[in-house]
Design a protein around this ligand. Structure first.
Ligand code: BES
Ligand code: MN
Ligand code: ZN
Length: 494
């Protein structure tokens, strides 16, 4: 579905649109835009409130056809609870409002978000969230369906503001919302693409396609030979059992000053995780195509950063491999030497994410980045700890962790910090190598993060375990695009 967003300063009464959306609450006085529409329609909104038709739950709504006194063909009235909303409540309201709009199924909508105020947030943020929500709600992945359900050819959404002075803020919110929205769509597409198509080489092609015609982006792909020469035997051990060659994809975005140290994002790109010789059980194994969602978020965030032309330097690294069993695959008990020189005893070939990431982290530190964030569907254990509501956050710098928690709150990609204490790291001791790739049995998400921390040398670093947030199961099964919003928010704030 093609979407068009616009911002406009004018009154709502004369607005020619398929559907005008206003927000009402049960306070004595309606908010400004709703009040003007109420007046023009001879009290249509207050009638609905008084009659109890509108409902009093956040997001409950009524759609009127051919309303009198205004130019719009339809009037959608959405109940917006109290005069000041929390940010989570606003995100929920945006979702509800967008869902009502989409059931109306028309080609143009106009709405005034100024009638809603959100605690500690401005109109720019509201427009950004609403835009993102609209893009996310209209996302479809039907590439592999031979019959595609029909969709309207184009939909236009116009943000109405009372004063010209707000147009700039609204337009900025719109640009950010589009950047994050479409960045998330890219991440979702990559995540949803089946693993027989989306393999490491497919991800390399994606990177090269993004750099085509873009002066600010250069891409380098290291194949198995090059990685072997660099000593990345930990990463290479993961792809040994696969016929698909492993790849280290390096995307260097230069939007900032020449000599400025870059920031870095690193993604786990296991395009299918069978577990290897430590084979996973069969149930839901198809979901292990999502084991490259960290990489997908890197691509999505990069696209978003490029769309916004952010004035920063950013190195993006994707560690891409397929984890398969075969006669030549790694065995439990194997010892490999990582690029850092540390030897690793592979106790479980299903703990492969840390094996690819440790070499990618060693590699990226050559760029002397100001900060490093890695993203990975690293452990099932994070789902036990945080469910599907937040990603696990680990950092060697509490100030940096706070910045990311805040970026998560602003973007809706929530994260929750867990400890990186030495007491946990002890579980990774190996009698034969420098470190083992398995701790436990308790605190699996923490010991995995402790393993990664061992490979970070005096750099500001954070790790996000997105195994519980990167995709959803059930009827709406699919990749979520998390945490493209958090990453973009963080990088915008620099
Ligand atoms: N990709 C998985 C983590 C995962 C599992 C994400 C289930 C989402 C749902 C990872 O490579 C893995 O297999 N981790 C193991 C680690 C264990 C062997 C220490 C796990 O979580 O079971
Ligand atoms: Mn695994
Ligand atoms: Zn995995």
């Amino acid at each position: 579905m093609k979407l068009k967003f616009a911002a406009k300063a004018s009154d709502l009464i004369g607005e020619k649109t398929d559907c005008l959306v206003v927000f009402a609450n049960s306070n004595k006085r309606l908010p400004t835009a709703a009040a003007s529409v109420n007046k023009a329609t001879g009290g249509a909104i207050t009638d609905l409130i008084k009659g109890g038709d509108l409902g009093t739950e956040l997001g409950s709504h009524v759609l009127l056809h051919n309303p009198k006194g205004i130019a719009a063909k339809r009037l959608l009235i959405v109940f917006a609870d109290k005069p000041k909303l929390g940010d989570r409540a606003f995100m929920g309201l945006a979702k509800d409002a967008v869902a009502c709009c989409l059931t109306a199924g028309v080609n143009s909508y106009s709405l005034c978000l100024e009638d809603i105020s959100v605690e500690d947030r401005c109109i720019q943020w509201q427009v950004r969230i609403f835009t993102e929500t609209f893009i996310k709600a209209t996302y479809r992945f039907d590439t592999y369906k031979s019959k595609k359900p029909p969709v309207p050819p184009a939909v236009k959404l116009t943000y109405m503001v009372a004063h010209k002075a707000s147009v700039t803020a609204v337009k900025r919110g719109l640009a950010i919302g589009e950047a994050i929205g479409y960045g998330s769509s890219l991440a979702r597409d990559l995540g949803n693409t089946p693993p027989n198509i989306c393999n490491p080489s497919y991800l390399s092609k994606q990177a090269k396609a993004m750099a085509r015609g873009e002066q600010s982006l250069s891409v380098k792909v290291l194949g198995e030979k090059e990685m072997d020469a660099l000593g990345m035997h930990s990463l290479l051990s993961v792809g040994r059992g696969s016929v698909q060659p492993s790849q280290l994809i390096v995307m260097d975005y230069r939007g900032g000053k020449k000599g400025d140290a870059p920031h870095a994002i690193v993604g786990k790109g296991i395009t299918f995780d069978s577990g290897g010789i430590s084979l996973k059980p069969g149930a839901s194994m198809d979901e292990m195509k999502y084991d490259m969602c960290g990489a997908a978020a890197v691509f999505g965030a990069l696209q978003s950063v490029m769309a916004l032309n952010l004035p920063i330097n950013l190195v993006c690294v994707v560690a891409a491999a397929e984890n398969m069993p075969s006669a030549d695959a790694s065995r439990p008990g194997d010892i490999v030497t990582s690029m850092s020189g540390k030897t690793i005893e592979i106790l479980n070939t299903d703990a492969e994410g840390r094996l690819v990431l440790c070499d990618a982290l060693t590699y990226v530190q050559k760029f002397k980045p100001k900060t490093i964030i890695d993203l990975a569907t690293l452990t099932g254990a994070v789902i036990g700890a945080l469910g599907n509501e937040a990603s696990g956050l680990f950092s060697n710098d509490d100030g940096f962790a706070k910045t990311l928690i805040n970026a998560g709150q602003l973007s809706g990609d929530r994260v929750w910090q867990l400890p990186l204490w030495d007491d946990y790291a002890k579980q990774l001791k190996s009698p034969f190598a420098d470190i083992a790739n398995l701790g436990g049995p308790g605190a699996g998400t923490i010991t995995a993060a402790c393993f990664l921390a061992e490979f970070v040398k005096d750099q500001t670093w954070a790790h996000l375990d997105i195994a519980g947030t990167a995709w959803i199961k059930g009827a709406n099964k699919g990749a979520t695009g998390t945490p493209v919003g958090l990453l973009t928010e963080y990088l915008m704030g620099l």
